[in-house]
Design a protein around this ligand. Sequence first.
Ligand SMILES: Nc1ncnc2c1ncn2[C@@H]1O[C@H](COP(=O)(O)OP(=O)(O)OP(=O)(O)O)[C@@H](O)[C@H]1O
Ligand SMILES: [Mg+2]
Length: 269
Amino acid sequence: MSDAPATPQAPQSSPISQVPPRPGLADAQSGVARTGDARTGDAAVLLRSVYKTFAADTAPVHALRGAGLTVAHGEFVAVMGPSGSGKSTLLNVVAGLEHVDDGSVTVAGMSLASRSEADLARLRRRHIGMVFQFFHLLETMTVADNVVLAARLSGVGRRAAVRRGHDLLDLLGLLERADSLPGTLSGGQRQRLAIARALANEPTVLLADEPTGALDSAGAAEVLDLFTRLHRRGQTILMVTHDHQVAAGAERIVTMRDGRVSERPGAGS
Ligand SMILES: Nc1ncnc2c1ncn2[C@@H]1O[C@H](COP(=O)(O)OP(=O)(O)OP(=O)(O)O)[C@@H](O)[C@H]1O
Ligand SMILES: [Mg+2]
């Protein structure tokens, strides 16, 4: 697949309202070398036979044992499965936060194998957005500054970052709270702000690890509604959840068990 015409990294002016799926990424600008194999270029995320073992005090822990998963551009996939089955490890591997022992991990057509930490960080900055159960907001900065800073850290110029922050807060229904501190928001609003931050780099894939785990049912519904809207706009989402109702909002549900991924027939319909 040929690369899309390169757009300058900074300043960027593309409005967030055009959050596109990103086949054929222009990676020259990101400084991330393309080592992916052409056949994998169409998937946002591709894991093949991934193994990851953690050394532990007693016996080694085999967190991933041949995990395989393909997430197409624009797909919204939910990952379910028992505690300890490897769900968070899987997300960390996709984000390049954990190295794998065996198998291959490809994000936006680029293999994560044999990359330096700096290269992985660049790739993350360009392609990955992450949200977690406990928000991780900067509590002493305003709502708006939380998002603008995230955009700046992704390499966007100041004016473009302010504009992007404004657009994201508008999209996520937080504009009227732009000057508030995060501590004054409800749980659902706090998670929406965390999602706005995670989208500030217009990531290829949004990774969410139990994003509704700390929310009441109203907050969970807010977040799920937002994910549904983002998905409709083309955002690729890979979300871990223990909540069947939340998972049902995804396009496809896969289940992890003992470090492997299986499709759940009939899910998402
Ligand atoms: N850094 C680590 N060091 C040692 N063991 C780890 C590490 N990270 C994860 N593990 C182990 O790997 C296994 C899989 O963990 P993981 O966090 O991926 O599970 P999970 O499916 O996300 O569980 P939960 O639903 O409880 O969040 C567990 O046995 C866990 O204890
Ligand atoms: Mg987990």
